[in-house]
Design a protein. Sequence first.
Length: 309
Amino acid sequence: MSKIRSIIGLAATLTAFGLAASPAQAQGSPRTFVSSTGTDSGGCGLAAPCRTFAYALTQTAAHGEIDVLDTAGYGAMTITQSVSIVNPGGVEAGIAASNGGTAIAIAAGPNDVVALRGLTVEGLQSGATGISLTSAGALEIDNCVVRDFTGDAIDITPSGATQFRISNSVVEDNAHRGVYVLPSGSGTAQGVIDHVAASGNPKGIAINGGGGATVNVSITNSVASGSSQDGIIAGSGAVVSIGNTTASVNAVGLLAGASGVIQLTQSLVTGNTIGVSLSGGTVDSYQDNQIGLNGTDVSGGSLTPVSQK
């Protein structure tokens, strides 16, 4: 994730010297606040916070931060700039999507970094999508819960080059996919999914290539369970490295689709109807996994043994 670190480092340096962006971008404050008792007027300072994230974004300078002061629902939003939206802990910062809508839409610039921390994103069984990225240089999602959407919890479908990290988060009880990665056009995506629980979604985590470009994603210390279809999918053009991760109680634990590649190490695949399904893809096993107590452990071919290095 060197690009994320370099962009964040550059943003911090520019902010320190008062050079965060162009004059139009610099008109806002580097830090704004939202509160259950706030009003969507003024500059969203600590003494007079705003009520919604959408309004606070209009008062926040690029590379700035919006901080949550207390428990409330803060409304859906569209993000078009570098920004961090932070719940520091101890309160709940809720975001509910409208009927058929998206809770958080991200359509930022190619060098922009968007960070979402400590948010509870609710579909209420009527909102379509929780977090949807169509463009940004980098996306960080940490300590978030995204649930009860009629479509996907998290969509990453960039038209350009994007890096992402999803960590310490839960995607549960959505009607389609927990995490879905599929670049559009000539877009690319590289990412890390760490300490994520994907539970009760028909498809837990689905990674696919787009436009002929290879998509590389690492999934570590995570769980995919309770999927009526597939726990973790590596689709066409995707290389998915899975380590210290559990796939259990799914129809299919791990699916390697056409030309998809799964690299599997120190992981548990158990209690699924089919443990590992090779449907035109390959699974490289480092021979330190536990695959057993499934209805069928391996279907459609054989795992490719790989020696530890």
